[in-house]
Ligand binder design. Structure first.
Ligand code: ADP
Ligand code: ZN
Ligand code: ZN
Length: 706
């Protein structure tokens, strides 16, 4: 080896579970500081890599048998800082994935794909567009309410993390804006990260932040980062954040990995939302990483929600004291909270979708020119077709699930694997024409409402207009925005949809929200189902009566804003708490149950899932790996309970059988220690010949869905 050659350790995306260590070694004729982006040969390809400090490595370094030289350095991009590298290394370790995989997935795709000369051109262009004055105009502000001011003052003077527990419409966003402003004004290099759960909530938020901050910090100060953007847009935002030119990054969960050298404050809005948890690859929780990152990088972390996750609620219990809880119970500028009305479906005609009182209430609204929103968490026309003669059901041939009947395009579609066929005219098994749909989805709801409201007229004597928004109607790019705009402009009287419409949108004229069939979640095997249902219903209720002026104007017609729940269990604790808008009582009751059963947040969990050709192989792998763990007496095991493997609720998807096993511990450290030690055992178990039919296995730490 020539004398001036240095060895550098590089994180790159190698196929997962390939048995390659976390870092690969290359040679370089020049010293490369950690964080430098490089292109290196890997097999026959050339790939992007990040120079890592060998002492930060989390795994074994491979012996430098035949080291190849680094092919080139990405000129013009500053090395990624140590805080970013530490975040990535932590996430990889905690969520049991390869360091290189997490590091490379955290970078914009174009950094990987562009050739150095293409990138250089892009950088030049970006630099030019960023090269503009940041004006120093003062921001004119509305006066905060007393509750907002109290919250702001504590966030300003304490270190947090903070849980801002504020009703929908209590002015949480205004508090975020103030805290971000304060952080940015205190330091000309300070940056803020603001996360929201859904892509379609970013434009609304972006507008609010840009309107507020562009005059003060320049028009390039606010950038977005989410998967709905094109790759060039993503690269541009990422570079702006990485270079410090962007002062505020707004994004979805992926934004938690943005390189933000000046990060001083992180906001996680609607922190309870399940979409902060990534469901493939490294199954990270962006909320939990935000807490970790804030602590590491010395940034304040502000979580906000009207219905916090029970984890965050518990952490902010004064007796626990890990987070600072700040309450903002009052709604500003909005009318009173929706009155909750439960309809006992036991008293209604069997098979009725809409109870008579709910239908009457919707009709009244249409007649007054107000809007209603109807929620059902199942898209399609009906979940299954059924033959009355032989009992045939429209099962997906590839999954242990029914194919859903979609009437609009006359198809049967599997929502798990996508397998689609035309609706048969006769039973495929016995030939009987007597086939019917069972159950109902949003399509059917829309159709039925059309029939039921056909005689109801709007104030201008025209018929009621019904629209549906769900994953089926919003597939085309821009479709969701267009449909939401229709609702906003008042072209829709009754909006039918899945939970997609319950989140965040600021519909001004909605005075009634109805959940027609929410009971399913009450009896789910998933212990978090009631928590999710309660949050969804509270959020849905928050969609009604958002505009106090409008509500006051409508009050002369006797309008009250209402949240309707049709249920067979009207006395259920979830609905009792909803009726009183009492999150605290609900949380207390749920936490008590969780504590008695030693469930999160009083215990920590992880899942190992195995996918295989047969259920036997999938479970066999998990059983063998468990036995190997016990035989080896792995560290941490004494404090971890390993449950036997079970099939997933939807056991087979796309001809792959799925099984999982749960691990639980009262100690997060013990669970982490065990998982780290178990990883190589799982790898080794996989290579045994009897597990040949195994397709893949994966670990989910702090799983949200069990
Ligand atoms: P949240 O995020 O808690 O749902 P928002 O921040 O969106 O609430 O505030 C709800 C409404 O109240 C918005 O229209 C906002 O402009 C208005 N608002 C917020 N703070 C104030 C204030 N201090 N004075 C007057 N209006 C306010
Ligand atoms: Zn039949
Ligand atoms: Zn299928």
């Amino acid at each position: 080896m020539p004398i001036h050659t240095a060895i550098v350790h590089i994180a790159l995306h190698t196929p997962s579970h390939s048995g390659v260590g976390d870092l690969l070694s290359y040679t370089s004729t020049q010293p490369l500081p950690p964080g430098t982006l490089v292109r290196v040969p890997l097999g026959k390809r050339e790939v992007l890599g990040v120079v890592w400090d060998a002492t930060e490595a989390t795994g074994e370094l491979p012996e430098g048998a035949a080291m190849r030289p680094v092919a080139g350095v990405l000129e013009g991009v500053e090395p990624l800082g140590q805080p970013w590298r530490r975040l990535v290394a932590f996430a990889a370790r905690y969520y049991q994935r390869a360091l290189g995989e997490v590091a490379l997935a955290a970078l914009p795709p174009q950094l990987r794909d562009l050739q150095p000369d293409q990138l250089a051109r892009r950088l030049k262009r970006t630099a030019k567009s960023l090269d503009q004055d940041s004006s120093e105009n003062a921001i004119s502000l509305i006066a905060l309410t007393l509750e907002q001011e109290r919250a702001r003052a504590r966030i300003s003077s304490e270190s947090g993390p903070f849980l801002l527990f504020g009703s929908t419409g209590s002015g949480k966003t205004e508090v975020y804006l103030r805290c971000v402003q304060e952080a940015l004004e205190a330091d000309p290099r300070a940056q803020a990260l603001v996360m929201v759960p859904e892509i379609n909530l970013t434009p609304q938020l972006e507008e609010r932040f840009t309107t507020r901050f562009a005059p003060r910090f320049g028009s390039q100060a606010v950038v977005s980062l989410h998967s709905g953007m094109t790759n060039p847009q993503r690269l541009k935002s990422w570079l702006a954040a990485h270079s410090g030119a962007a002062r505020i990054v707004l994004g979805t969960r992926m934004a938690v990995f943005a390189s933000l050298p000046g990060l001083k404050i992180i906001v996680v809005d609607e922190e309870h939302d399940p979409s902060y948890k990534q469901q493939e690859g490294a199954r990270y929780s962006a909320r939990d990483l935000a807490i970790w990152r804030g602590r590491e990088q010395g940034a304040k972390v502000l979580l906000g929600s009207a219905t916090p996750s029970l984890e965050s609620w518990h952490a902010s219990d004064p007796a626990v004291g890990r987070y600072v809880r700040l309450a903002m119970p009052s709604r500003i500028g909005a009318g009173a909270l929706a009155r909750v009305r439960r309809v006992d479906m036991n008293q209604q005609p069997r098979r009725a979708i809409f109870s008579a009182p709910l239908l009457a209430a919707i009709s009244e609204r249409v007649a007054r020119g107000e809007q209603s929103m109807v929620l059902l968490n199942r898209r399609g026309y009906a979940p299954v077709l059924h033959c009355a003669d032989c009992g045939w059901k429209s099962d997906c041939p590839h999954c242990s699930a029914h194919q859903v009947f979609h009437k609009t395009d006359r198809t049967l579609r599997c929502h798990h694997c996508g397998y689609t066929v035309r609706v048969p005219y006769h039973c495929p098994t016995c030939g009987s024409p007597d086939i019917h749909s069972m159950g109902r989805g949003t399509e059917q709801l829309e159709e039925q409402l059309g029939d039921l409201l056909s005689e109801v007229l709007r104030p201008d004597r025209t018929p009621a207009r019904i629209a549906r928004i769900d994953a089926d109607t919003t597939k085309a790019k821009g479709a969701l925005e267009a449909q939401l705009a229709q609702v906003h402009s008042g072209e829709v009287d009754v909006l039918v949809g899945t939970q997609m419409i319950a989140k965040g949108h600021d519909f001004r004229r909605i005075t009634l929200v109805a959940a027609v069939q929410p009971d399913g979640a009450l009896f789910s095997s998933d212990f978090r189902a009631p928590e999710r249902l309660f949050a969804l219903l509270m959020q849905a209720a928050g969609r009604a009566g958002r505009d106090a002026a409008y509500m006051a104007a409508q009050a002369v017609h006797g309008t009250q804003c209402e949240m309707w729940v049709q249920t067979f269990h009207p006395q259920h604790a979830v609905y009792e708490a909803l009726r009183k808008h009492d999150y605290e009582a609900f949380a207390a009751q749920q936490l008590k149950e969780r504590e008695e059963a030693a469930m999160p947040p009083f215990a920590y969990q992880a899942l190992v899932r195995a996918d295989a050709r047969t259920q036997e192989v999938a479970q066999g792998f998990l059983t063998a790996a468990t036995a190997a763990a016990h035989a080896a007496g792995l560290p941490g095991l004494e404090a971890v309970t390993l449950f036997p493997p079970v099939p997933l609720t939807i056991q087979r998807v796309a001809n792959v059988e799925r099984a999982q096993m749960l691990m639980e511990s009262g100690s997060r450290t013990a669970l982490q220690r065990f998982l780290a030690a178990w990883q190589p055992v799982l790898q080794a178990t996989r290579s045994a010949p009897e597990h040949k039919g195994l397709v893949r296995w994966l670990v989910d730490v702090d799983p949200l869905v069990i």
